[in-house]
Design a protein around this ligand. Sequence first.
Ligand code: ATP
Length: 494
Amino acid sequence: MEDKQPIQSKLTSLDQFKSWAKENGFIFPSSEIYGGFQAVYDFGHYGYYLKENIKNLWQKAMWQERDDVVSLDSGIFMHPKTWEASGHVGGFSDVLVEDKKTHKRYRADHLIEDQIAEDSFEMPNFSHIDDEAIVNALEKKDMDKLTPDQLATIIELLKTKSPDGNDLAEPRNFNLLVKSNLGTTDATFNEENVTYLRGETCQGIYLNYKNVLDNLRVKIPFGIAQVGKAFRNEIVARQFVFRTREFEQMELQYFIHPDMNDEVYAMWKEERMKWYTEVLGIDNASLKFRPHEKLIFYAKAAEDITYNFNSMGKFDEVEGVHARSDYDLTQHAKFSGQKLDYFDQEKGERYTPWIVEASCGLNRLVMMVIDHFWEMEKIDETGDGKRDYRTVLRLPKHLAPIKVAILPLSKKEDLQNKAHEVKKMLQSDYMTEYDETASIGKRYRRQDEIGTPYCVTVDFETLEDNAVTVRDRDSMEQERIKIDELLNYFGDKI
Ligand code: ATP
């Protein structure tokens, strides 16, 4: 019966991804009725549950299955000094360039990288340039971490234009922190008492280090992990939910003695990569570590976990694993005037803990799993030789937003009632969905497309034999199962 021949195996562009995600109720562009709102997206029913499932798996790996990590849910707003201490007020910026004619703004590094990636691009001679960072960037075709002046030199050399073909103004730094007018004193921005929406969730962890240490009976080495929203004024919206201005992060900060740095860093690298392959089910070949080219002055090591996005045609970052030394606690101790150290009673030693962090973006993970498990294939499910195709999201069952769909074969009242009975029986254990619209074939396709592992069909025979047909998403095979046995059946399968 099964005769699968992929006709297009993967999502091949972000535009295709975007339309698919919208049409299937996963991800919607923000504020569409007002013409849209750049770089913000809303998660629909299925996208929300997929996101929650990934989040729960991360929390399980961080908290439930470990003895050394505690949780936290800190506020989005923090004392403004937090962001001075962390270095974000002074240095959390990307380099922006403006189209002189249209005044549209772009990230300078991205514009240059796009230009270099074009088939027709020919690299001009740059042997006269003696700035090592520029030479390195041109050789590696990676413009990250260059200053506005260095990028200006490259723009001049490559004669880089805007996507509309116009000249560009001088590049300049643009701070990514999102300002707010929280507070009752003045509704307009006042630079002296400006507050920020957090640019990363980990600052809330550093600010609570002392609370956790004093009140939760933790001992080094220990971690604090949290999930929550972060906000960045990203310069340009062009990568779907890969780069948005509001997004969710899942961050672990692990506090250690400096001597443990290398060992703990290696341990977290291994743990995190294992989570992607063993828990999320991503193929080894689609993942790789990418070491940072240039370490920031306080970092001891930094690598990103990158995933090969079919829809973007390249590997890109989903998570960072960084050894941050004592920078964070030292900075907050300095700016707050509080002691943020650790006293090891057994050794009689006092020190400022070092930190290893594992920091990932939940929206990027949603995008990664859809990108990885989405497939379009040619099939002949009914075996009548009439070829059809289906899109199937081959999510591991524990990631699927809906586990079982219940489908009455027709809209006859007694079938509807029976199907509702079956749904009631299953829905306290599983996310289920009832669907009676369109032909049964179309309904199977719909469930395949959103990744539902099982469809239960209630047909006329059900009324006689109290059994239903269970269809498997991947094999498309069907089995007749007694309704009384369904809970046990799914208990074994899901
Ligand atoms: P990039 O280099 O792609 O801008 P980053 O190195 O600034 O990312 P981090 O500050 O290390 O990112 O944040 C940790 C994680 O948070 C990233 O690995 C990514 O998954 C996620 N993240 C960061 N910025 C965004 C964003 N604008 N939209 C969605 N996710 C993001």
